[in-house]
Ligand binder design. Structure first.
Ligand code: NAP
Length: 342
């Protein structure tokens, strides 16, 4: 089997999970380099890794680079992706910097793996909330068509990186030792997120635009259109941060073009790749973030019809945002590349 020289950029919440997923899925690695802003030794599941300080020359000889650095102007991908591509590297980026560029495929392998072959050096991994929603919508879309989607996301702390998990941890630790009547609900100084997350939820992920939606909410719209190659689907989102460590949940409401029956939807979803249906609500069985942490699939439950709107349907969709929402999806894209070059 052909082996590849792989680089992982970033050792935060997603980067660490990348190292874990590459190992767990036996990705055919000849040589692995790990880059961050500064060098150090790290250990993940008893495996030791040497983290090197990132530099353009570090990409010499690398075949595939999985970027999990921070986004934006001084982010890892903005600074180093083009140097890597010039050196013949195929970049798979987790951030939002390249996702909507027309020449960059935006890929959820269960949905649009064919787009990978159009790449010009960079392939983008969608936003974590988009990945799980699109994976759930696609089997329904293929059979019944989708006219409209309204989604409320309940997003875990780790979706905002390592520092946000530390904030939640500190807030909960401070509260944990207190008796209920002594708990101060207000007054914790948020250190990383825009608000206190312990004992709280807030409707603010990303930054607000003029239209009062956040950029996170618009990502669900634009990225879904691009991945599903259908701009006609009317999509609207509200993104909420919840005090969960890892695992995003989504209450997804959709209207199909053709008449729909929940039992048929359940049958289709239960056979779809990468999806696990857990839908026995009367036995208290439905997906929850605490149960999906560390798993690679998208979990769906609470499939039910709108009693008032023709072709209206609810889904409850849960996935590990660091795995299928980031690292696993990126490694699956890399696996598609290896299959294409085999
Ligand atoms: N968390 C999620 O659920 C999720 C899901 C989908 C996509 N993403 C995206 O994945 C990326 C990583 O997110 P994260 O949550 O893992 O962030 P994080 O926990 O904040 O970690 C960021 C890592 O990137 C490194 N880094 C930052 N700037 C760099 C640069 N210029 N050069 C090299 N390394 C750099 C940091 O290095 P140091 O350790 O040296 O500071 C750190 O190791 C982001 O673009 C994010 O939007 C995250």
């Amino acid at each position: 089997m052909k082996k590849y020289n792989v680089a992982v950029i970033g050792v935060g919440a997603v980067g660490i999970e990348m190292l874990r997923v590459l190992r767990q899925r036996n990705f055919p690695i000849r040589n692995l380099k790990v880059f961050a802003r500064s060098s150090r030794e790290i250990e993940v599941d008893s495996c030791k890794y040497t983290v090197e300080t990132i530099s353009p020359e570090g990409f010499d000889g690398v075949d595939i680079a999985l970027f999990a650095g921070t986004e934006g102007e001084k982010g890892a991908a903005t600074t180093y992706a083009s140097c890597a591509v010039e050196r013949g590297v195929v970049v798979i980026d987790n951030g939002a910097d390249f996702r909507m560029m027309p020449h960059v495929p935006l890929v959820v392998p269960e949905v649009n793996s064919k787009d990978i072959k159009k790449h010009k050096g960079i392939i983008a991994n969608p936003n974590c909330s988009t990945i799980q929603m699109v994976a759930a919508l696609w089997p329904i879309y293929k059979k019944w068509g989708i006219k409209r989607v309204a989604v409320t996301t309940l997003q875990a702390a780790s979706g905002a990186g390592k520092a946000a998990v530390e904030q939640l941890n500190e807030e909960l630790t401070e509260i944990a030792g207190l008796r209920y009547q002594d708990i101060r609900i207000k007054g914790y100084q948020a250190k990383s997120l825009p608000q206190q997350l312990g004992f709280n939820v807030f409707p603010h992920i990303g930054s607000f635009a003029q239209d009062d939606y956040t950029n996170e909410e618009w990502k669900l719209v634009h990225e879904t259109h691009k991945i599903m190659h259908d701009k006609k689907i009317k999509i609207s989102a509200t993104c909420i941060r919840v005090p969960v460590r890892t695992g995003h949940s989504e209450a997804v409401y959709l209207e199909t073009l053709k008449p729909i029956e929940p039992d048929k939807v359940k049958d289709v979803l239960s056979k779809a790749p990468g999806i696990v249906l857990i839908d026995e609500p009367r036995n208290n069985l439905y997906p929850m973030p605490k149960d999906v942490e560390g798993k690679d699939e998208v979990f769906i439950g609470r499939v039910r019809k709108d009693p008032f709107v023709k072709n209206g349907l609810w889904l409850w969709v849960v996935a590990d945002n660091l795995r299928k929402g980031a690292a696993t999806n990126a490694v699956q894209i890399a696996e598609c590349l290896t299959l294409a070059s085999a």
